[in-house]
Design a protein around this ligand. Structure first.
Ligand SMILES: Nc1nc2c(ncn2[C@@H]2O[C@H](COP(=O)(O)OP(=O)(O)OP(=O)(O)O)[C@@H](O)[C@H]2O)c(=O)[nH]1
Ligand SMILES: [K+]
Ligand SMILES: [Mg+2]
Length: 455
């Protein structure tokens, strides 16, 4: 586990392909020897130095670049580290990687291995590790902000504080358990622990009752476009995506497969989903399958955009179906406003449609307003508040387990302190799993697999 007796690992940490600069990183006890062999003299610690980088055996120059010597334990991994910033061409990179490999005791890093060493050396907790993974994957501003908060330890700090509370309660109880002859558990102590457990449980519930904002922001907000056939759903998707992602045709029942495009809406990641139009009857087997897929997506949607069209409304249908999953949260859109004779009269004539947004996917009319409303909804669904939020299902599951034990402490009778202590211990253990303070070997592979090589 410690740096001393492990391999020294190396990898290209910047992206593949031609680039101005490529960064090659090393970590482990042999990092200093590599710097000596390829880029002598070894630069002062944590100072950027320009060096000619050579092949160790022959002394053949490979490139001229910046070299950093980052001795542990004050490094990212906690081990001795070095970085070579070389020109980002394939031959330079393979030349330098090959030269490093010639030094004894070196091996290419596995995916996520640098970060794993940082975790194993106590430089990061697991939520911070996840924050780094999210930072690398962040595609929008809001995702980046959330990842940064987690990477800097906001979530880990909160869970550590809760865990410390539980441990303190355990310690008080242990004292009673260790000296059972001194009579029953003092009523005062029992009441105190019950009250503190109840307060902690309340705080955890409030934290968990976050509308899945953090997970949504991380995974993307599922916005499903649905409605009757031919109202212009695919046309709308194409307009919002600014490309012809979906086939548009005059024939009703054009879309069968679910089509997804990823959008950045005011910093929020939105997965926009186009679906097959829904109608009561169809003889077409493929269309029926398409409609089944639509209903599946509607079940898991974060937001439903229900599209109807001005001509459909003029015909007397408000666009909804008897079993359509439309509710107060549904965003109503009236498309083909360009075909309406009197749009405002039409909207007024349909009760319940007064808040609908009229657009034309053909002319682009009303789209700005729709985009603004979508962005507003995205923020409501996934926006960051003042509180730090969990970002993964595994956080939620572990907190749920923690609460189960805590609730037993709250409702339980303190006359059996051993049982209460056991519940407190299990509650603390569940929290410990989130931050990686307890044995989490089974979890680690899953978490570090998310990383790329060189991180
Ligand atoms: N005039 C007008 N025509 C539109 C508008 N939006 C779409 N259309 C036309 O309406 C027809 C159907 O459009 P689609 O986008 O394929 O409609 P859809 O809802 O995806 O249809 P299905 O996939 O078959 O359910 C096409 O001929 C489009 O060109 C609009 O705003 N105004
Ligand atoms: K169509
Ligand atoms: Mg379509």
């Amino acid at each position: 586990m410690t740096a001393a007796h492990r391999d020294t690992i190396f990898a290209l940490s910047s992206g593949r392909g031609r680039a101005g600069v490529a960064v090659i990183r090393l970590s482990g006890a042999g990092a200093g020897a590599v710097v000596d062999a390829l880029a002598a003299p070894r630069p002062a610690a944590r100072r950027v130095s320009l060096r000619t980088i050579v092949r160790p055996g022959s002394g053949e120059p490979l490139d001229r670049g910046l070299v950093l010597w980052l001795p542990g334990p004050e490094s990212f991994t906690g081990e001795d580290m070095a970085e070579f910033h070389v020109h980002g061409g394939p031959a330079v990179i393979s030349g330098v990687l090959g030269a490093i490999g010639e030094v004894g005791g070196m091996r290419p890093a596995e995916a996520g291995e640098f970060t794993r060493r940082a975790f194993e050396n106590g430089r990061l907790d697991l939520t911070e590790v996840e924050g780094i993974a999210d930072m690398i994957d962040a595609e929008t501003e809001a995702q980046r902000r959330q990842a940064l908060r987690q990477m800097e330890g906001a979530l880990g700090t909160l869970y550590d504080r809760w865990r410390a509370d539980l441990v303190a309660m355990m310690a008080e109880l242990e004292a009673v358990i260790d000296f059972p002859d001194e009579g029953d558990v003092p009523a005062e102590l029992a009441a105190g622990i019950g009250r503190r457990a109840a307060d902690l449980a309340d705080e955890m519930r409030a934290h968990m009752d976050d509308g899945r904002r953090g997970e949504r922001l991380r995974d993307g907000i599922q916005v499903v476009i649905a409605g009757r056939p031919n109202v212009g759903k695919s046309s709308l998707l194409n307009q919002l995506a600014r490309r012809d992602a979906a086939i548009v045709a005059e024939r009703a029942g054009t879309t069968r497969d679910v089509i997804e495009v990823h959008l950045d809406l005011a910093g929020y990641p939105v997965i926009l989903v186009d679906t097959a139009g829904l109608r009561e009857e169809t003889g077409d087997e493929i269309e029926r399958e398409g409609m089944a897929r639509t209903r599946n997506r509607l079940d898991t949607a974060d937001l439903v955009v229900w599209v109807t069209s001005a001509p459909d409304m003029e015909e007397g249908s408000d666009g909804a179906l008897s079993d359509a999953p439309v509710d107060s949260e549904t965003l109503w859109v009236v498309n083909k406003s360009d075909l309406a004779e009197d749009l405002s009269a039409l909207l007024k004539s349909c009760p319940g449609m007064t808040r609908a947004i009229p657009i034309s996917a053909l002319t682009g009319a009303g789209l700005d307003g729709l985009i603004a409303e979508l962005a507003r909804r995205a923020q409501a669904l996934a926006g960051e508040g003042e509180h730090v939020v969990m970002t993964r299902a595994r956080h939620r599951a572990a907190l749920g387990e923690c609460l189960e034990h805590l609730d037993r402490v709250v409702s339980g009778t303190i006359s059996e302190p051993e049982l209460v202590a056991e519940d407190l211990r299990r509650a603390a253990h569940a929290l410990g799993r989130i931050v990686g303070r307890v044995d989490v070997e089974d979890l680690l592979d899953a978490i570090f697999r998310e990383f790329c090589i060189g991180k």
